[in-house]
Design a protein around this ligand. Sequence first.
Ligand SMILES: Nc1ncnc2c1ncn2[C@@H]1O[C@H](COP(=O)(O)OP(=O)(O)OP(=O)(O)O)[C@@H](O)[C@H]1O
Ligand SMILES: [Mg+2]
Length: 296
Amino acid sequence: MATDPVTSATATARPPVAAPPPPTVMNADAPQIDAADRKVAVHVQDFALYYGAFRAITDVTMDFHHQEITAIIGPSGCGKSTLLRSINRMNDLINGVHAEGDIMINGQSVYGPNTDTVELRKRVGMVFQRPNPFPMSIFDNVVYGPRLHGERDKRKLAEIAERSLRSAALWDEVKDILKQSGLSLSGGQQQRLCIARSIAVQPDVILMDEPASALDPISTLKVEDLMRELKAHYTIIIVTHNMQQAARISDMTAFMLGNTNAKDRSGRLIEYTRTSQLFTQPKDKRTEEYITGRFG
Ligand SMILES: Nc1ncnc2c1ncn2[C@@H]1O[C@H](COP(=O)(O)OP(=O)(O)OP(=O)(O)O)[C@@H](O)[C@H]1O
Ligand SMILES: [Mg+2]
């Protein structure tokens, strides 16, 4: 049998890696939920996703927990965004996409025949790499989702806008300019506006695809602080190329890697564990090589 470098996981525990250089600030001090109290919010089972004939990810089985931040890391093209977009079926918008396996959110099937994708995307919000406020006022941006879902009461909409902007740590900066265009804000403010928009519909899960990669360091730290606050109420899944960031903010880290076989380059989950463990004592040699900057 040919050895597949990606699927042949290294079962034996490896000795501790001598001080990997990248992540210096660890999240180990963060209060951790007792194992017995952890609640699975998103369960991915034997999942594969194809763009036409090309299988982008395969064999993904993993749980994402409520009130935790999970980081997905791995080299470009290994399928991080594909996995993220699979959770709220954003990939459906691309022609020729099909999935195998299933994803369950709080026990409900995402890929089952009865799934209402509008309802699904209400339960699973998404924040993208580039802030993408709609060309409308700050207020209208935030209440876009609730309006779409039928909320017309002006007082309620005002309450939702204030609550969401406060949760997104933006209220103080915009409370006097709510009628101004969302596009007039700075990049960091726009990203927090997009976060406010995504939480206005009170989702269960928030997906973030490199949410800070287009931001300056101060805005990045603001978004990270915000994520730490939001995790008290949500399940947060973040894709990041910044390993320091993964180490700073996440409770769990998943390392993905594309296969090196020319006929099958699909991305797989190589190692998934507590962030503190993954960055100090990775079990798989490929994880170790990646976090110490030897490839990717
Ligand atoms: N719309 C698409 N149509 C066809 N192939 C796609 C599409 N989107 C992604 N792919 C392919 O699927 C694979 C995984 O892509 P994906 O964007 O998920 O990677 P990624 O890990 O997020 O990379 P990056 O770190 O560069 O964002 C890549 O080979 C990519 O070329
Ligand atoms: Mg990506």
